[in-house]
Design a protein around this ligand. Sequence first.
Ligand code: ZN
Length: 86
Amino acid sequence: MAAPMGRAYKCPICRSNSEQFALVYKMAQEITKDPDSGETLFYADELETLTRADGLPDLDVRCLLCGYVGRETAFMKEAQHDRGRR
Ligand SMILES: [Zn+2]
């Protein structure tokens, strides 16, 4: 799975981290349940990475400095604001 390239991040909470992050991928596994008993009847073999409308993985980003987890767009926006201020 390729990490997004060329997009700067900056933590919108602690605002002192623009280097150390973890990517949090959202995985989906299809299941089928018995509506009466709640028993799971079927698990799909494969996990599917959820993607956004633009086809890129729908992911969250974790700041390894303060532990905040938020949408990737929040981190990208903060990095853009930061550039604008310079
Ligand atoms: Zn942070």
